[in-house]
Design a protein around this ligand. Structure first.
Ligand SMILES: Nc1ncnc2c1ncn2[C@@H]1O[C@H](COP(=O)(O)OP(=O)(O)O)[C@@H](O)[C@H]1O
Ligand SMILES: [Mg+2]
Length: 241
């Protein structure tokens, strides 16, 4: 677990030489992988992600895009305030720290920023979790039951116990793989002192997401009984374990 920095005229690349000994700017260009028949594009998320077959195994390449009101104005540009506070470097380092703690997250491969004037653009490459479905897909296929809900609660509690606050905890950012559950998408995530406030806010966001996706179509009382109570049970049990 280590990081190596590589600077060029436009910006810099941060990568883990233990995961991939060589990473250069071309790795972040979908066209480069397309020419090698090593690219497939998947929907989901803001702009979709690219799955790339790299020498370091199958990876996911994600370009950072703005959400909400500023999206139209700024597109994929972020205000430059220094390399260490770029979205991509911050997420890369947080992923590495969580991976080291044994938390179920994809392994970070490389991060990049490209600076231009007052702004920068950013990308992240992680190792792909194979054969996984998002929790959102599970919900839509009516495969979220009390047992899975409890496992999701336990998953979130493991991160909270380690002090990890997820800035966008929703059902699209939970992966259900054959072996385990994983959390994804730590943009703006950070380590925080243990406090109830942000933990509850994380849970509330997940609750809204599950309810909105129709996890229990018979209304809120049914949702609470079938999904949310088991989820909180799994959460509490793991948090205090
Ligand atoms: N390492 C990964 N392994 C497998 N699937 C991934 C991985 N990273 C992202 N995905 C898929 O791509 C989607 C979008 O990625 P995400 O990191 O959530 O970015 P965003 O929501 O900002 O578009 C996820 O919901 C998931 O389906
Ligand atoms: Mg996401």
């Amino acid at each position: 677990m280590h990081e190596q920095l590589r600077q060029d005229a436009e910006g810099a690349i941060l990568f883990d030489p233990g995961v991939s000994p060589q990473v250069d700017g071309r790795w972040f260009d979908p066209g480069y992988w397309r020419e090698r028949a090593a690219l497939s594009v998947r929907g989901g998320g803001r702009g979709g992600v690219a799955v790339i077959a790299t020498p370091a195994g199958e990876c996911v390449l994600r370009h950072y895009r703005r959400g909400g009101m500023v999206a139209r104005l700024l597109g994929d540009r972020y205000l430059w305030t220094g390399a260490d506070s770029t979205r991509s470097f911050a997420e890369f380092r947080l992923l590495q720290a969580m991976y080291k703690l044994g938390l179920p997250v994809p392994q970070a491969v490389a991060a990049r920023y490209q600076r231009r004037g007052l702004h920068y653009r950013a990308d992240l490459i992680t190792q792909r979790i194979p054969a996984a479905q998002t929790l959102a897909e599970r919900v839509v296929e009516r495969l979220l039951d009390a047992e899975l809900a409890q496992e999701v609660g336990a998953l979130v509690a493991r991160f909270h116990r380690a002090g990890v606050c997820h800035a966008d905890l929703n059902a699209h950012n939970v992966l259900v793989a054959p072996d385990a559950l994983y959390l994804l998408d730590f943009d703006r995530g950070r380590m925080r002192a243990p406090e109830q406030g942000w933990r509850i806010a994380n849970l509330q966001r997940l609750r809204r997401s599950l309810f909105k996706l129709g996890a229990a179509p018979d209304g809120e009382p049914a949702f609470d009984q079938q999904i949310w109570t088991p989820l909180l049970y799994g959460y509490e049990r793991t948090l205090s374990a």
